[in-house]
Design a protein around this ligand. Structure first.
Ligand code: BJW
Length: 232
């Protein structure tokens, strides 16, 4: 049995046309995260935050999964069908490209772009259209409380208990297209190593966290991920 935890980041969706955050020309180079990705920013200027996420929903509507998403879904399927062990796909991405590629139930630790939440009643609902401060919550009827169901800086990521349990029981940890700068995700490789797992980094180019990995393969995700998955 070989239990796998796969962690994906923005790099896996880059070739689908969705921008990364910290690369040259990335989202946090063009926009200030302090004014867009904190609960304080949303409280101060909800219109600006809604506009940012509405634009990203539009980009997502035009995006399709790429060969890296397909290969990861194929690996997951193969592992399940052949009873080779558990696979947990954890994504920091808020897009739904893993689902579109056929991954069973990716854990969106930073939330989902196609879901919003009412801060008044807690209702979470799926939608693909634009959100505004005027929109009323269908569950409680109040306006002004709806926000993207994403995890901003200073907020608690989702599913951490399940993730840490899986890391403690994993034999193989694979990080795909993530810079390893945002915690707690950046610490998962060390958790996996403490569990005795083999750790693999598949990303465009080496970064600061790369020396932590046992095995490293660099290049565009659409090339390195299918190659690595085929050999796994
Ligand atoms: C390719 C490619 C191609 C390009 N093929 N590869 C000081 C020390 C430690 C921690 C902190 C600290 N000060 C504050 C903190 C905590 C903070 C944090 O980590 N800050 C750091 C920046 C220092 N973290 C938090 O606040 C988190 N919550 C938290 O810590 O709660 C408390 C807690 C306590 C104890 C236990 C647990 C929790 C919440 C973080 C929320 C992050 N939110 C965002 C926005 C989400 C919504 C949205 O999308 O708008 O999440 S920020 C952004 O960064 C987004 C991403 O998911 C996340 C990670 O980015 P990612 O995916 O790694 O993207 P990039 O751009 O950085 O990297 C892309 C990579 O792909 C690069 O390596 C490229 O080379 C590569 N690539 N093209 C393959 N074609």
């Amino acid at each position: 049995m070989k239990n796998i935890v796969i962690l994906t980041g923005a790099g896996v969706s880059a070739e689908s046309g969705l921008g990364t955050f910290r690369d040259k020309g990335g989202l946090w180079e063009r926009f200030d995260w302090r004014t867009l990705a904190t609960p304080e920013a949303f409280a101060a200027n909800p219109e600006e935050v809604h506009a940012f996420y509405n634009a990203r929903r539009e980009n997502l509507a035009a995006a399709k999964p790429n060969a890296a998403h397909d290969a990861l879904a194929g690996l997951e399927r193969r592992w399940r069908e052949e009873g080779r062990g558990d696979v947990l796909l954890v994504t920091q991405n808020i897009d739904d490209l893993h689902e579109q590629a056929g991954s069973a139930a990716p854990l969106h630790m930073h939330g989902e772009l196609l879901k919003s939440r009412c801060e008044d009643c807690g209702d979470v609902f799926a939608h693909a259209d634009a959100l505004s401060v005027e929109r009323m919550c269908a569950a409680c009827g109040r306006a002004g409380g709806l926000r993207p169901d994403v995890v901003w800086f200073g907020e608690m990521p989702k599913g951490l208990e399940r993730i840490y349990d899986a890391l403690a029981a994993c034999d193989l940890f694979v990080a795909v297209g993530t810079s390893g700068t945002v915690y707690p995700a950046a610490g998962f490789v060390q958790e996996a190593k403490m569990a005795g797992a083999w750790t693999v980094e598949l990303t465009l180019e080496p970064g600061e966290v790369s020396p932590l990995f046992d095995e490293r393969l660099y290049g565009p995700a659409t090339e390195v991920v299918p190659r690595w998955c085929a050999a796994a």
